[in-house]
Design a protein around this ligand. Structure first.
Ligand code: 13P
Length: 253
């Protein structure tokens, strides 16, 4: 089973509309001849329109970094999945480590956001991953199991089949410390076997599981050559068109 590689850039709280437009325009040029690879970027909500306009016709999907569980109402400061869809988003990034650990989002809330995103026609990209103390305590599989079980709770098989997963060990995010290809592959293989047992072989075979955490052009090819790593979710190195294009090239290597 071959899964089409998927490279996604999480711009986090960087790049206002002008900077997002500039990076989008550069990506459009640099990724024009990238071949058979899916690419998405996740700007801050205020820069979604600018990113869409700058990348128009380039086959680059745009996603929202977070959504609220309700579609409308008295929820000052939030963005809904329906509005992100209307603004032109394809994906919703959910359960990112910073949402979990800086903003205190629970597994259950993230699961509600998965449902809200699907109801609005957005494709969820669900992030999971353990902290360093959890890894040191031998709890990696237990944490991943819990985050998947609750994050995907109540979805039909067909709905689970639309979800992209991103394994991002918290200790590797923004630290320059990348999981070794073997460490990442071990967890990706666990995720795939969990999908097979919990749902169905076709879901395990078709679900793309991206790796995130200090991915750079210099380490992308080795990580992406692992059998169960189908792409990358990139933070810091996604803020430069040169390094992001280098990672996309690594997916072809
Ligand atoms: P870095 O690539 O900066 O480590 O960030 C990873 C990440 O959090 C992507 O969502």
């Amino acid at each position: 089973m071959s899964r089409r590689p998927f490279i996604a850039g999480n711009w986090k709280l960087n790049l206002g509309p002008a900077a997002a437009a500039a990076l989008g325009a550069e990506l459009k040029v640099r990724l024009a001849a990238r071949g058979d690879i899916d690419v998405a970027v996740f700007p801050t909500a205020l820069s979604i329109t600018a990113a869409l306009q700058a990348t128009e016709g380039a086959g680059i999907s745009v996603g929202v970094q977070n959504v609220y569980v309700e579609a409308t109402g008295a929820f000052t400061g939030e963005n809904s999945a329906a509005m992100a869809r209307e603004a032109g988003c394809t994906y919703a990034l959910l359960g990112h480590s910073e949402r979990r650990h800086v903003f205190g989002e629970s597994d259950a809330l993230i699961g509600q956001k998965v449902h809200a995103s699907l109801a609005a026609g957005l494709l969820p990209m669900l992030c999971i991953g353990e902290t360093l103390p959890e890894r040191e305590a031998g709890q990696v599989e237990a944490v991943i199991h819990r985050q998947l079980e609750t994050g995907l709770a109540g979805l039909s098989e067909a709905q689970v089949g639309t979800v992209t997963l991103a394994y991002e060990p918290v200790w590797a995010i923004g630290t320059g410390v990348t999981a070794s290809p073997e460490q990442a592959q071990e967890v990706h293989a666990f995720i795939r076997s969990w999908l097979r047992e919990r749902y169905a072989p076709w879901i395990a075979d078709e679900t793309r599981v991206l790796y995130g955490g200090s991915v750079k052009a210099s380490n992308a090819a080795e990580l992406l050559s692992q059998p169960d790593i189908d792409g990358a979710l990139v933070g810091g190195a996604a803020l430069s068109a040169v390094s992001f294009a280098g990672i996309v090239a690594g997916a072809l290597a």
